[in-house]
Design a protein around this ligand. Sequence first.
Ligand SMILES: NC(=O)C1=CN([C@@H]2O[C@H](COP(=O)(O)OP(=O)(O)OC[C@H]3O[C@@H](n4cnc5c(N)ncnc54)[C@H](O)[C@@H]3O)[C@@H](O)[C@H]2O)C=CC1
Ligand SMILES: O=C(O)C(=O)Cc1ccc(O)cc1
Length: 367
Amino acid sequence: MKKHVLIIGLGLIGGSLALAIKKEHADVYIYGYDIDTDSVSMAQSLKVIDEGVQSIEEAAAIADLLIISTPVVKTMEILEQLQHVPLKSGALITDVGSTKKRIMEKGRKLENKDVTFIGGHPMAGSHKTGVTAAKAHLFENAYYVITPDQSVPTPAVIRLQNWLKGTRARFLTMLPEEHDQLAGVISHFPHVIAASLVRQVEKISYEHPQVGQLAAGGFRDITRIASSSPTMWRDICVHNKEILLELLQSWQKELRDVTGMIESEDEKALYDFFSQAKTYRDELPSKKRGALPAFYDLYVDVPDHPGVISDVTGILAEAGISITNIRIIETREDIMGVLRLSFRSESDLQAGKQSLNDHLYETYVAQ
Ligand SMILES: NC(=O)C1=CN([C@@H]2O[C@H](COP(=O)(O)OP(=O)(O)OC[C@H]3O[C@@H](n4cnc5c(N)ncnc54)[C@H](O)[C@@H]3O)[C@@H](O)[C@H]2O)C=CC1
Ligand SMILES: O=C(O)C(=O)Cc1ccc(O)cc1
């Protein structure tokens, strides 16, 4: 019999999951609901869903799988709403929220409706939003944390993983509290810091308007995530309040320590500060996709003349290799420029490197 899925929240993550499910389960029928009717129409035109619905009730009673992919505060409201909506007996319900403790507290209340709720968090994404940015391969090789309650039988967990196997993600089971602590350190807190770094530069720009032009390279790299959805990050901060407050406390101590080192010009302490950070950073796995995605980046030395970008992209296109991003790192009249090409996988990167070397371009991969 045909299976039915209902996706609530047709944005980047909901859309990407719909595409990944379709890839693996060709005969499934996917309904989509979003508070924003334009997102529903767009999801339908892009064939991300089979049919848009105007309310959750319209499809909830026949759905074998319900995925809630809205900002986390809305997810809580939807879980509350689902307690009062007819649901199919034995249905699986999951979410994709970046926080898990509060969502699990709400979700487990659905158990008395003969459905199973399993919290989930695919730990990859992007600073982009909306269904137009959705991709079936968004979660490939990423960790996908699930937080099933102890009472959830293993076959239900396997059933959920089976539904989601088109994501090609690696499933990891965790307690919701542990999830929030770890996601807090490696994802939520860095987003707060990235936003505050950008705000600092913006304030300085009132007096020195040129600062924006100079804020390239490293600054752009570490602040990319500050371009993410403010609604989503507002909600995450509210949900993970306790952990974030603890992290902000210990960060302030760290900053006080550095302040002391700089004030007293303590060269040894400053060297150790940067050196310790470098050692740990260099040891982090770089080719696995975590919450902060790994990049398969290739640097290409290019003579600074018009047409060079189309030459490079032409060589790759001819070899059938796609790039996900291209950026000019450095261009000045008197020096060679450097292009940074991003690929989707290690094998694309290696094939791209080979093709460009064959055309006498100098390339290197950053460690
Ligand atoms: N963006 C990312 O990189 C990642 C996000 N997440 C989580 O995924 C969830 C969704 O994020 P994105 O897809 O990135 O956001 P998005 O902004 O692309 O999509 C969210 C969608 O939810 C809809 N929505 C909002 N309130 C609604 C409601 N009451 N009923 C129905 N639809 C509603 C919005 O109209 C929008 O289309 C969030 O909980 C976020 O924490 C998880 C992993 C990665
Ligand atoms: O764009 C990035 O680097 C991200 O950090 C994406 C991201 C955002 C939220 C999550 O819960 C998980 C991953």
